[in-house]
Ligand binder design. Sequence first.
Ligand SMILES: [Zn+2]
Length: 383
Amino acid sequence: MNTLIVTNIGTIVSGDIATPITPGDNIVIRDGVIVSVGSATGVEGVVVDAGGATVMPGLCDNHVHPVIGDYTPRQSQVGFIESCLHGGVTTMISAGEPHTPGRPKDPAGVKALTILAHKSFTNLRPSGVKVRAGAVMLEPGLVESDFAEMASEGVHLVAEIGISGVKDPAEAAQMTRWAQSHGMRVMVHTGGASIPGSGVIGADFVVKVQPDVAGHANGGPTALPLSDVETILEETDARVEVVHNGNVKAAGDVAALLSERGELQRLVIGTDSPAGSGVQPLGMLRTMSWVASLGAVDPAVAVGCATGNVAEMHGLNTGVIAPGREGDLVIADAPLGSQATDALGALAIGDTPAVAGVIIDGAILVRKSRNTPPPVRTIRFPA
Ligand SMILES: [Zn+2]
C-alpha cells in the first residue's frame, strides 16, 4: 500500500463552500485516494511537512480550449498544460476544441473530432493533469442519434454554444435537450464576440437554451451587462462562470451579485485559455483572487468555486478534500513579500498565492512552482 501523509497543515480548505474550512492539520492519501482529513495519528507512510502552509483541493479549470496533447495552436505553445500544473491546476474541463487546425464542420467530422479528443485525453494525462476533453461543437445537421453515439463513446460535454455553426436559439435548445438527455453538460458562450465566427450572446439566448452553465459571464472577453447576468440567475438553473480571459471588474461584480443573492454555489471559475490573451498558467489563482478581493467573497469560498463547485457540476470525484475523494491537492502559501500572511489572506487582498506543491492521485508532481513567487513558509518533501 502506498501512503502519503501531509502533516503540519496550517489551514485545510475543503473545496465545499457549505463548510469551506476543515479543522485539523493533516491529510492521509492511500493508493491515490484521500482516507482521512484532519486528525489522523500514528499513520506510517511518506511524509510531506507543510510547515504551517494552506492545503486546498487541486484546482479544476472549468473552461479550457485544448486540442490534442500538450500543444496549443492558438499561441503555438508547447507545454501549456504542464505550465498550468505549476499554477495549481489538476483538472481541466474542455469548453470545445475550436483551435484544431482545419476543424471539420460536418456532422461526421464533428463527431469524430469530439470522440478523438475525449479518448486521446483519457489515454494520456499531460504531466499528470486530468483533462476532460471532447466537447462537441454544435453544427447544423447533428441529430439525436449522433448525441447517443457520442455519449456511448464516453463524451459528456457540449462546447460553448455560439462559437460554432449553430446560432439559432431554437436549434441550440433542441440539441441541448438531446445532449442533456444523454448525460452531457452544456455551456453557452455569453457576452461579446471572442474570435471571428463567434457572435454576441445575451440573456435572452441563454434563457431560450437553458444550458448547464453560462460561460464567462464576466466576458470572453467582453462582458454582458450585469442585468443580463441577473436575468440568467432568475430565469434559468444554469451555473454562472467567471474566467481569467474576461473583464476584471465584471468578475468582481458577478461574484458580488451571486454573494448578495446567496447563490455562490452557482459560481464556477475557469480561465478560457489558451486564448487571444495567451496561455495563463496562474489564471485560476488570479481569477480566484479577483472573486475574493473585488467581489468580497470569503477566500475559502472562492477556492470552492474553483474546485468543488466545478467537480459537482461535472460529477467528478475530485475538487473536495474528503475521505473517498481522489488525492488531488495544492499546498499554497502567501507569496514572499506579500502583505498577507497565508494563502487565503493573499487571495483576499488580490495577490496571487504561492504554489508550494501539487499532488495528483497521491503523487507529488510539483515541489516548487516554476511560475509563482516562492512561499513564505518552508515546506519539506521526502527525498
Ligand atoms: Zn467563449
